[in-house]
Design a protein around this ligand. Structure first.
Ligand code: MG
Length: 209
């Protein structure tokens, strides 16, 4: 201890002072995490609305999963459960971004989703139409970010632009398959089996556990 103190003394008082200042700055308790520049209020409000859109999507796909379970189409139910979880992850991306930008997340009530559909094709057509709506929401956010010169929001929004291409494509593929098999029960079961192979974004508890 004495030796270190003496060494510091020999290196000069100014050097010791710099070390102390650095130590305090680096280890002060409760130091705020580094954040990107605060987002514009209009962007924050729009991103809060998008959290609701994404959670509404999760709720809609969960309702579709319940409908498919009731129809005995477990592969389609599985596909919709995976889709529902993905939408929660989408919401969490905006949730995290808002907090990183010194904003406040403000959740809103979700609308009660539809309970039943006329057919599996009708459900997947509704899912595709919903994704088209979400794509328009994301593009509006990109336009707003450009107008507000919110460059820090662009990487996140660009991820969503690309994600929406995939979302529309995957829903439309199922719509096309269902149209192709028409009223064939055998064809429907083949598609159901195919959709059961979709990977879950996170592990899920099995039914009843
Ligand atoms: Mg989404």
């Amino acid at each position: 201890m004495v030796k270190r103190g003496m060494a510091r003394g020999r290196s000069g008082a100014a050097g010791a002072g710099r070390m102390t200042a650095r130590k305090v700055a680096g280890k002060a308790p409760g130091r705020a995490p580094r954040k990107a520049a605060p987002a514009e209020p209009k962007m924050l409000a729009a991103m809060n609305r998008q959290i609701v859109e994404e959670l509404d999507s999760a709720y809609l796909y969960l309702a579709m999963a319940a409908y498919f379970e009731g129809e005995g189409l477990e592969g389609m139910a599985h596909w919709m459960k995976a889709q529902s979880i993905e939408e929660v992850i989408h919401a969490m991306k905006f949730f995290g971004h808002i907090h990183s930008r010194a904003g406040t997340v403000e959740l809103q009530a979700l609308a009660k989703p539809q309970k039943t559909w006329a057919s599996p094709l009708a459900a997947f057509e509704a899912a595709y139409a919903h994704e088209r709506h979400i794509t328009r929401c994301i593009h509006d956010l990109v336009d707003l970010a450009a107008a507000e010169r919110d460059h820090a929001a662009l990487p996140l929004l660009q991820w969503f632009v690309e994600e929406q291409v995939e979302e529309e494509e995957s829903a439309l593929k199922v719509v096309d398959l269902l149209k192709r098999v028409g009223s064939s029960g055998h064809g429907l079961l083949l598609i159901d089996r195919q959709l059961a192979a979709r990977a879950m974004p996170v592990s899920m508890p099995a039914n009843g556990e």
